[in-house]
Design a protein around this ligand. Structure first.
Ligand SMILES: CC(C)(COP(=O)(O)OP(=O)(O)OC[C@H]1O[C@@H](n2cnc3c(N)ncnc32)[C@H](O)[C@@H]1OP(=O)(O)O)[C@@H](O)C(=O)NCCC(=O)NCCS
Length: 284
């Protein structure tokens, strides 16, 4: 049983230490090992919802960063020709048949310190980084990235080439959040603490960063990040790639446009059909 209060206190203590040389190395490694166990089992998370509000757990992000300071480069090669070198504190996560996760052979990696629920399918190659939380029934397709601290909900489909950016620093920054039943289409990019609310659809090719304005044609509203709030895509929104003309200067003179995601509609039966996943393919 891990004492989470003591764990948080110790992580805070070591994180604020200027030089880890003066600390007890064995004690630190034991605490960091408990910390990763708590991440792997979903006991702790980089961010957690309280009702509809996501709260960042700063100390968890500090603990992840501490792991990079604590570790040294070690040989993690599979054999003589398949060679890897990474921090000793971040090996691959140990997985077994009983985990309820299907890892289809071929070039995928799941880093230690990440949570995976049940009935998850991982198509190769995909990567799940430290601090990521992936909930039950989610499908992670080929070439998808679940970046550090990203929080992925239940029954999400991360399509081929979907990039969910990692957010470790600054410590207070919101990770990328993808809530339950979202479809993240192929070749998308979701970065910088964006929150995609339940059952939204991010159409193929959409890129969302903290600086991206998103035009909602249905509610006639413009969404963008503010000083203290991340960019948020409303529940059930269907976002597609769009463009808007530049209306001043040389951009206007040359007839240029910039890319702008557009909420074209809210989910309906047609969208459900277009985004339905084949259950047989997902069975674990
Ligand atoms: C968003 C998506 C699900 C379509 O949803 P839908 O509810 O069926 O959308 P509709 O067909 O009703 O389209 C509504 C309008 O948006 C337009 N539109 C829809 N998707 C679009 C897209 N990706 N790009 C540009 N326009 C698009 C349609 O042309 C339509 O406009 P119109 O009425 O002027 O013709 C689909 O475009 C998409 O991106 N799917 C993801 C595919 C994918 O990545 N699969 C994973 C493979 S691993």
């Amino acid at each position: 049983m891990i004492d989470l209060i003591a764990l948080e206190k110790n992580i805070e203590r070591f994180s604020s230490s200027q030089s880890l040389e003066d600390e007890n190395k064995d004690e630190m490694l034991k605490i960091f090992s408990d910390f990763k166990t708590a991440l792997n089992t979903g006991l702790i998370r980089a961010a957690k919802p309280i009702d509809d509000t996501w709260i960042v757990h700063h100390w968890v992000k500090k603990g992840i960063l501490l792991g990079f300071r604590l570790g040294h480069i070690v040989d993690q090669s599979i054999d003589e020709s398949f060679r890897f070198f990474d921090k000793s504190t971040y090996p691959l996560r140990k997985m077994g048949e009983g985990d309820g996760v299907r890892i289809v052979p071929g070039g995928s990696s799941i880093r230690d310190g990440s949570y995976l629920g049940k009935q998850i399918t991982c198509m190769p190659p995909m990567y799940i980084n430290v601090g990521a939380y992936v909930d039950d029934g989610t499908m992670i397709d080929s070439h998808a990235l679940v970046g550090s601290c990203a929080q992925i909900g239940k029954r999400v489909h991360l399509s081929a080439g979907a990039q969910i950016g990692g957010v470790l620093e600054p410590i207070g920054a919101m990770p990328v959040i993808i809530e339950d039943d979202v479809l993240v289409g192929g070749n998308t990019g979701i970065y910088e603490g964006t929150i995609v609310r339940k059952a939204a659809i991010i159409g193929a090719g959409v890129i969302l960063t903290g600086s991206t304005p998103v035009y909602d044609l249905v509610k006639e509203t413009l969404y963008r990040r503010t000083y203290d709030q991340p960019l948020e895509i409303p529940s059930g929104a269907v976002v597609i790639p769009g463009s808007r003309p530049i209306t001043s200067g040389m951009g206007q003179e040359w007839g240029l446009s910039v890319a702008t995601p557009i909420i074209i509609k809210y989910r309906d039966d047609k969208t459900d059909t277009a985004s339905a996943l084949e259950n047989l393919l997902r069975s674990v």
